[in-house]
Design a binder for this molecule. Structure first.
Ligand SMILES: C[S@@+](CC[C@H](N)C(=O)[O-])C[C@H]1O[C@@H](n2cnc3c(N)ncnc32)[C@H](O)[C@@H]1O
Length: 280
């Protein structure tokens, strides 16, 4: 099982991995980008691969079995500052969000196209699920989630429908949620907003970026690939702030996006935006 790595050529150009260097792949996934990095750093280099998802980490283990210089770690990347020493890595990759496997696996509840439990956790050790949010949050809190993380204008109306539904029965499955949404074109944003909340994704990204700055060596490179404007804004602002403070040189004036050919071959890459920086 593999996950086609997004913007791979651009990642390698900007990360510029050299023989013997140390890299942190903070979103290892199925190890697509990691394989290419490992080939460049050779046997004298080292890769630390982090993922919050135990199943993906296991698959990455199998996909990277030919490399003996990988350290696997199940963790949220917001904690990389506790896992890796300051000023110790030559490059960091954050390829945010879901892997294609998450969407394809109905039992994880990430896809509105598949019937499954309303789960959406990357890390199954955490207790909060999407169902829990819909069943227990107030109407206002639910409206805020749809508005802030899904950028949905009719968020109040949909939150009201959620509360009406749960008066009769609990939310358990993806189809419970799909069934109350009249405008089906809103489903991607509805699901995205719940996923962001379940995994506290925007706060994790902020914390991960601050930790990344500390663990990079001088001249170390960082790449972030994001998949929606809320994430990209955080990355853009963080890089801008660090540039002002003369801590980072920004390597991408504008975000890099996939070519029409890449989008054709890998539709999941469609909304990707890549930004890169170098620690001065
Ligand atoms: C887009 S996939 C990465 C794909 C990978 N680059 C590849 O080529 O196979 C994102 C991965 O990051 C993981 N992930 C998302 N947020 C995370 C977080 N805050 N901490 C750790 N892992 C996270 C997900 O479980 C998923 O496996």
């Amino acid at each position: 099982m593999i996950h086609t790595p997004v913007l791979l050529r651009e990642v390698l150009e900007l990360l510029a991995p050299q023989k013997g260097e140390i890299f942190l792949d903070a979103t290892l996934g199925l190890g697509g980008h990691a394989t290419a990095i490992l080939e460049k750093i050779g046997a004298t280099g080292k890769l630390i691969g982090i993922d919050a998802d135990a199943r993906n980490l296991k698959l990455a283990h199998a996909n990277l079995k030919n490399f003996s210089n990988v350290k696997f770690q199940r963790a949220n990347f917001r904690k990389i500052g506790n896992l890796v020493k300051a000023n110790s890595v030559d490059g960091i990759l954050l390829d945010l969000g879901l892997s294609s496997l998450h969407l394809d696996n109905a039992t994880r509840g990430f896809s509105f196209r598949n019937s499954g439990p309303l789960d959406m956790r990357f890390d199954s050790r955490q207790t909060l699920t999407a169902a829990e949010i819909l069943n227990s949050s107030t109407e206002n809190e639910i409206a805020d989630i749809f508005f802030k993380f899904g950028e949905i204008r009719s968020s109040r109306k949909i939150a009201r429908k959620v509360v009406e539904f749960r008066r009769k029965q609990k939310f358990l499955r993806t189809e419970d949620l799909v069934g109350i949404i009249e405008i089906k074109s809103l489903l991607p944003q509805i699901f995205q907003s719940l996923r962001i909340t379940v995994n506290d994704e925007l706060n994790s990204l902020e914390a991960g970026l601050h930790a990344a700055e500390k663990i990079l060596k001088s001249n170390g490179r960082i790449i972030v690939i994001s998949f929606h404007s809320l994430e990209d804004r955080i990355v853009k602002n963080f890089f801008r702030e660090k540039k002002k403070a003369r801590i980072f040189e920004v390597l991408t004036k504008k975000p890099i996006t996939p070519s029409p050919l890449e989008i054709h071959e890998n539709p999941r890459s469609r909304s990707a935006k890549l930004r890169a920086a170098r620690k001065i």
